[in-house]
Design a protein around this ligand. Structure first.
Ligand SMILES: Nc1ncnc2c1ncn2[C@@H]1O[C@H](COP(=O)(O)OP(=O)(O)OP(=O)(O)O)[C@@H](O)[C@H]1O
Ligand SMILES: [Mg+2]
Length: 176
């Protein structure tokens, strides 16, 4: 849910490319989530205060919770969050956790997360990479677009394909 939430910020910022990278390292006991986009970025005053729940450019309510909640989760697991952003260039959010921490949430249903992101934002390019120690799994809508030819990413059959493909890749990565 955190990943979906942060990627949603990228979409709201007009991003056409989103990179999601998960790095797990058992020897360093680290679990790192990186989400970077080429959206409009943030002015310095927002950036400086973005981990504070009372900062938002939303007009529907006065608190923004996506980044503060991620920050709270990371800090509860001996980690933290950094946000780098440059106006008109993009934004990068990095959250790290102690991998073995009791309170560290599992990655969760990343296949459904990616499926939802792709299906709801068919014109955005999404790249996902999951690295665990030496192994990795990668999914990129650019490869998918090439394979699909004229079929758009919004085609309902594509959603099922994305989910199955990511599920299989993640299972292989975990050696299941
Ligand atoms: N990737 C991004 N690109 C540009 N601006 C961003 C990005 N992520 C966050 N922001 C800015 O930071 C503010 C706070 O983000 P946050 O996710 O914490 O709350 P929100 O998106 O406003 O509300 P919520 O996530 O609760 O729906 C946003 O309103 C937006 O102005
Ligand atoms: Mg948000």
């Amino acid at each position: 849910m955190h990943i979906l939430d942060i990627a949603q910020n990228s979409i709201a910022a007009g991003a056409t490319e989103i990179n999601i990278i998960i790095r797990e390292d058992s020897s360093e006991d680290s679990f790192i989530i990186e989400i970077e986009d080429n959206g409009r970025g943030m002015p310095r005053d927002i950036l400086n205060a973005v981990l504070d729940p009372f900062v938002t450019t939303r007009t529907t309510r006065r608190v923004g919770l996506g980044l503060p909640l991620l920050c709270q989760a990371a800090r509860a697991c001996d980690g933290d969050v950094t946000v780098d952003s440059e106006e008109r260039k993009g934004t990068r959010v990095v959250a790290w956790f102690r991998r073995s921490h009791w309170d560290r949430a599992p990655l969760g249903d990343i296949a459904s997360t990616l499926m939802a992101l792709v299906a709801c934002n068919p014109s955005v390019d999404i790249r996902y990479e999951h690295l665990i120690d030496g192994g990795s799994f990668r999914f990129d809508t650019r490869d998918l677009r090439r394979k699909l030819g004229d079929i758009p990413l919004s085609n309902p059959l594509v959603a099922g394909f994305v989910k199955d493909y990511v599920e299989e890749g993640e299972n292989n990565l975990r050696g299941e």
